[in-house]
Design a protein around this ligand. Structure first.
Ligand SMILES: Nc1ncnc2c1ncn2[C@@H]1O[C@H](COP(=O)(O)OP(=O)(O)OP(=O)(O)O)[C@@H](O)[C@H]1O
Length: 577
């Protein structure tokens, strides 16, 4: 938005002009431009309260030729107090209907076999006293008993472990006709992590090798699974459904409204959909907060399904949920990665629960948070942090020739920024670090040791937005090495699509990855982008240590703010008809 409140987003202006030619009044044009800008910011719609409409604008909506009611075919749709672009209204209503239908439509299950399998694949340590140690078994039962399962949990709660057990249970249901399984995630990096984790865990499954062989080795991005083409769209849709019986989506919090709708449209009616993710993380970059909205009802399953789950799993299950979707949710509570009393675990829990006081207490008492260094000392302070955090990386750059070893050292640490732009944003901080760290830079700013992040997909090169590579010198030339399934791929820096330095990444860019240690940089003042979800996402990227630099106002602002996205999905899914 420009300072006077009018959208400065060219597409929004063009859209408003087009509506003008179709007979929209100036008020409706303004509203349309604001709506378009909001969608670009991740909202699915504009709630009229949020638009603070003047009475004359409200009046001009009535009878506008570009505005319709649900069911009309007009550029803008007003559904109750929510104003949508037609396409987004369609995504949202179709997605809600598809999820509710899938939730209500039950597959046939051999419960005796399932019950025995649950005890075998999900043994419980003795003395589980409501610590959440039985959650994985419950989640697995849900994923087999229903065509939709949403398994949410923080880092290390065993989402991948659970899904492996689920696949084993499904394979055992009918060993002669093993289901066709697709493993997917929204980004290439997340897909690789999922495949690696499942490959590693498959060995430990109590399954005959022939059956275990039906679990795929590879995972692919959702776009790839759906056969996306920039001009032709998705190859798979309702008329060309996916040839799959089970689709597992990891990092589902990163999937936006449009992509989730495309997936559900392409999924055959009989298939099982298993969504894995962390409902407390930042939502997708694209419009929507789909996972959080699906997981919005906290009341547990409906009483009858709770009783069935309890009988099958041998665990106490309560629930007062309503509607079939309530039976499809499981939240994994116990982290197998963080000690419950460790600072990352406690901080994550305080942020999840929205307990700003407790979070601040931990940040202060354990010296995780410190104020920003003075601006004149910033560059030196940053360089010091980089040199200490990546000590082994800098050593490897001098001594190692093997990209894999250098890369392993690089992966230990990350410097994250809450913002992309502005004096404390990733762009400026990367420029500061480039200036200090580059030795003998070449044309285009390339130098030995420079980490780069790709900003634009290039299907031909197989490089995608968010891929991180390391620039390494060898045999008199610089090449950028990207990790891949079959080792490293090296590119001359000049061939790379749009890219930038990656000393500092935004929290959004770090989603779907984990590191031993992170340092999060918040700006010198509060900013509307800062939220509890952003802090939670950053903190849970770390396995071992987390530090935070930022002004107290920024920290307090982030702790106080919930990321809210205008959308009608939650109401469509959870309000009783
Ligand atoms: N029931 C369990 N008993 C013991 N260890 C477990 C159990 N479940 C998971 N783990 C261990 O906890 C770690 C994290 O598990 P897993 O990778 O399945 O979690 P995740 O939720 O998928 O994690 P991520 O945060 O990486 O997405 C792994 O080392 C796994 O072996």
């Amino acid at each position: 938005m420009s300072p006077d409140g009018t959208p400065d987003f060219p597409l929004a202006r063009h859209f408003a002009e087009l509506l003008g030619r179709l007979g929209a009044t100036a008020e409706v044009q303004d509203l349309a431009a604001i709506l378009m800008t909001r969608v670009a910011d991740g909202h699915s719609c504009l709630t009229l309260e949020a638009a603070l409409l003047a009475p004359e604008a409200q009046a001009s909506l009535d009878g506008s030729p570009v505005l319709g009611a649900p069911g009309d075919f007009r550029p803008l749709i007003l559904d109750g107090h929510r104003l949508y672009l037609y396409r987004f209204w369609q995504y949202e209503t179709r997605l809600a209907a598809a999820l509710l239908k899938r939730a209500a439509d039950l597959p046939e299950v051999d419960e005796e076999r399932l019950g025995a399998g649950l005890l075998r694949h999900f043994p419980l340590p003795a003395g589980d006293q409501g610590m959440g140690l039985g959650d994985q078994r419950l989640a697995a039962a849900v994923a087999v008993l229903r065509r939709l399962a949403v398994i949410s949990g923080g880092p290390g709660t065993g989402k991948t472990t659970t899904v492996l057990g689920v696949l084993a249970l499904l394979l055992e249901q009918d060993p002669l006709r093993p289901p066709r399984i697709a493993l997917t995630a929204p980004t290439g990096k997340a897909a690789t992590r999922l495949a690696d984790a499942l490959r590693a865990g498959r060995q430990r499954l109590d399954l005959p090798p022939l059956l275990a062989g039906a679990i795929p080795d590879e995972a692919q991005t959702l776009h790839r699974l759906l056969g996306y083409h920039p001009e032709r769209g998705f190859a798979h849709d309702a008329d060309h459904p996916l040839p799959m019986d089970v689709v597992v989506v990891d990092e589902a919090s990163m999937v936006g409204l449009a992509l989730m709708e495309a997936l559900l449209r392409a999924l055959p009616a009989h298939a099982r959909l298993i969504l894995l993710g962390d409902r407390d993380q930042l939502a997708s970059v694209e419009a929507g907060a789909v996972l959080a909205e699906i997981c919005a009802a906290p009341a547990g399953p409906r009483p009858a399904f709770a009783a069935r789950l309890s009988a099958l799993t041998g665990l106490p299950v309560g629930g007062a949920g309503e509607g079939p979707l309530a039976d499809c949710m499981v939240h994994l509570r116990h982290s197998y990665r963080f000690a419950a009393g460790g600072s990352i675990g406690r901080l994550a829990r305080a942020l999840q629960q929205g307990d700003a006081g407790a979070a601040l207490g931990i940040l202060e008492a354990e010296a995780i948070w410190q104020p920003l260094p003075a601006e004149q000392g910033l560059a030196s302070a940053l360089v010091e942090v980089v040199r200490a955090g990546w000590k082994e990386y800098f050593r490897a750059l001098q001594r190692e020739v093997e990209p894999a070893r250098i890369h392993a050292a690089w992966e230990r640490f990350r410097l994250l920024s809450a913002l992309r732009q502005g004096p404390w944003g990733a762009e400026v901080l990367n420029a500061v670090l480039d200036a200090r760290l580059a030795r003998a830079p070449r044309r285009g700013g390339h130098y030995h040791g420079r980490p780069v992040i790709i900003r634009q997909n290039d299907g031909a090169l197989g490089l995608f937005n968010g891929d991180v590579g390391l620039t390494l010198a060898g045999a008199g030339q610089l090449r950028v090495f990207f990790p891949g399934r079959e080792g490293f791929r090296a590119f001359a820096p000049e061939r790379l699509p749009a890219h930038e330095s990656a000393w500092v990444m935004t929290v959004h860019q770090s989603q779907g990855s984990e590191f031993d240690d992170i340092l999060l940089l918040l700006p010198d003042a509060d900013n509307p982008v800062l939220s509890r979800e952003l802090l939670y996402t950053a903190v849970t990227r770390a396995r071992r240590g987390v530090r935070l630099w930022g002004a107290e106002a920024a920290l307090r602002g982030a702790l106080a703010r919930r990321m809210a996205r205008d959308s009608g999905l939650e109401a469509r899914l959870w309000s009783s008809p």
